[in-house]
Design a protein around this ligand. Structure first.
Ligand code: GTP
Ligand code: MG
Length: 371
């Protein structure tokens, strides 16, 4: 039987993994391949799963911890995606604060499931908003060096580093980021793409079609620094239900989700809290819109517009911000109340989970090569 091809797209929070996964899924589907997608989060209630399903993709999710700590769940979810018809390609998006994937996910997949699964090279997206500062050794990144350690470790273990969002980078910035990556990681393959426009995707698809690059050694990984870097982030998922007081009254979904994210971004800014990624999806029946905030010095944006009005809607809030989770929960609740008051809406907050990610405890960590 032909082996299923496992394509994992890593990269920091807000780097553009889900946007890339959706574009690659269309690329493979257009070529007649059956595609399955696996999303991943520390909590449940994922914007990524909802948005990819809304685009018509077959999506399974691993929730509650990263792939490495829930390796058997990953295998189970891939099995479920194969229940009716085995996918040719599985696109997997790990949690954006997760690293050491080569030793904890790829090597175990090869060792234990190599007869069923074939591995594509590990592509890691470089988030330019934080990457330029971290790679350039600039002060005021907004995160401590421990979170920056994770960012750099993700790039270090990549077979191919992919500078994303080139559509919005000023002239010369792609070259600067590419040389910063090459200086730090000599010999690394670096590509440049826009997951939004599709620029550079032919080269990415070619790179992903190659056999996996043989790895020579297990990466050095300081799990204390990794754990402390991850725990710097407040992590919050919840749902906010909103409805007009009079059933005949309506609001714009796009305006509502933008207003919420702008207000929450402003509240985080005032608390001095750097976002890794704040994403909020609004849904009413089958319509949805998404607003995102990925770095403190650039305002939030609408990444998916619905163009519709409704009298009731749900906001799914996924916030990963460098602030205490209790503070984040307060800000999320208060912003929901303020939004409702300003629009004359009723609101309820439910399914709120807020925490600092726990220490990563991989199911497997397998040595690579001979060292
Ligand atoms: N301008 C531009 N924006 C992009 C591009 N790719 C992604 N984005 C935006 O960056 C934000 C984050 O994109 P996602 O695809 O959700 O990023 P992610 O890596 O999946 O984020 P997490 O799952 O939270 O780690 C969204 O606002 C996207 O629209 C791109 O190529 N160009
Ligand atoms: Mg994502």
């Amino acid at each position: 039987m032909k082996r299923l091809r496992y394509v994992m797209i890593g990269g920091f929070l807000g780097a553009g993994k889900t946007t890339t996964v959706a574009r690659l899924a269309r690329h493979y589907t257009d070529r007649g391949l059956k595609v399955g997608i696996v999303t991943n989060d520390q909590a449940f209630g994922l914007v990524d799963t909802m948005s990819l399903r809304a685009q018509g993709f077959d999506v399974g999710e691993v929730t509650g911890a990263c792939f490495c700590c829930k390796f058997n769940d990953l295998i189970g979810v891939v099995g479920e995606l194969s229940a009716e018809e085995r996918p040719d390609v599985v696109l997997a998006e790990p949690v954006g604060s997760c690293t050491d994937l080569a030793a904890t996910v790829m090597e175990p997949l090869r060792e234990l499931y190599g007869h069923e699964v074939e591995l594509a090279p590990l592509a890691v997206l470089l988030k330019p908003e934080h990457g330029a500062k971290i790679l350039g050794g600039q002060e005021g990144v907004g995160f401590s060096p421990k979170a920056a350690y994770i960012f750099l470790k993700q790039l270090e273990e990549a077979d191919v580093v992919v500078v994303n969002k080139i559509d919005k980078l000023p002239a010369g910035e792609v070259e600067r980021l590419t040389s910063l990556v090459r200086e730090r990681f000599p010999g690394k393959e670096v590509l440049a793409v826009s997951a939004r426009t599709g620029e550079g995707f032919e080269a990415l698809a070619v790179a992903l079609d190659r056999p996996e690059t043989p790895r020579l050694r297990t990466p050095d990984m300081d799990y204390d620094v990794y754990a402390e870097g991850e725990a710097e982030l407040g992590w919050l998922n919840c749902t906010v239900k909103l409805s007009t007081l009079k059933p005949e009254a309506t609001f714009e979904l796009d305006g509502l989700v933008q207003d919420y994210v702008r207000r929450l971004a402003e509240a985080c800014r005032q608390a001095g809290a750097e976002p890794a990624h704040l994403k909020v999806m609004v849904t009413a029946d089958r319509d949805s819109a998404i607003a995102n905030w990925v770095v403190s010095d650039v305002p939030p944006e609408l990444s998916l517009s619905s163009g519709v009005r409704a009298s009731a809607a749900d906001l799914t809030v996924n916030a990963r911000v460098a602030v205490a989770p209790e503070t984040l929960a307060e800000l999320v609740r208060k912003t929901a109340a303020d939004l409702a008051a300003a629009g004359g809406l009723e609101h309820t907050v439910s399914d709120l989970q807020s925490f600092r990610p726990g220490r990563p405890m991989p199911t497997h960590r397998m040595p690579i090569g001979t060292t």
